[in-house]
Design a protein around this ligand. Structure first.
Ligand SMILES: [Zn+2]
Ligand SMILES: [Zn+2]
Ligand SMILES: [Zn+2]
Length: 154
């Protein structure tokens, strides 16, 4: 996951002005280890930056996605989320309950994809996919809850 410093450097390297608003967004992003929506980010920023409008936020997020600082993550349910990016080809394992995201830093299907692409006469392929599941912490919590419910019932 990119640090504040790496995000700042990337923005400067692209000759993009780091406005106070963009800096506030970068700082807020560095505190997010998990998946978030634009609404989540807006709520986080509302107290320290009440003037930050939704349109500005959307534009900044769009810019950060183009720079690779943020990654858009498709979710089976609800709106698409964002996470702070990492470099290199990778995939995500996402907890559908708490939004915890693990970066899987190797590709389990690269070989199969290369074969398909080659067979069809294509080149320069890209692909992405996400894996959703329930993380160990959430599974533990739901097990405890179920045990408690079963206990109080008798
Ligand atoms: Zn990622
Ligand atoms: Zn979880
Ligand atoms: Zn892959």
């Amino acid at each position: 996951m990119y640090s504040i410093e790496e995000m700042r450097r990337t923005i400067e390297r692209h000759a993009i002005r780091l406005t106070p608003q963009r800096l506030a967004i970068v700082e807020a992003l560095s505190k997010y280890p998990g998946i978030f929506s634009v609404g989540d980010l807006q709520r986080r920023l509302a107290i320290s930056n009440p003037d930050l409008g939704r349109a500005t936020l959307f534009r900044a997020i769009d810019l950060f996605v183009r720079l690779g600082l943020l990654e858009k993550v498709h979710r089976e349910e609800g709106e698409d989320g964002y996470i702070v990016g990492v470099t290199g080809h990778h995939h995500h394992l996402i907890c559908r309950i708490c939004g915890d995201v693990r970066h899987i830093d190797f590709c389990p299907i690269q070989k199969e994809i290369d074969e398909i692409v080659l067979k069809e006469g294509y080149s320069d392929s890209v692909h992405r996919f996400e894996i959703e599941g329930i993380c160990a912490i959430c599974r533990e919590k739901s097990l405890k809850k179920r045990k408690k419910e079963a206990g109080s019932g008798s």
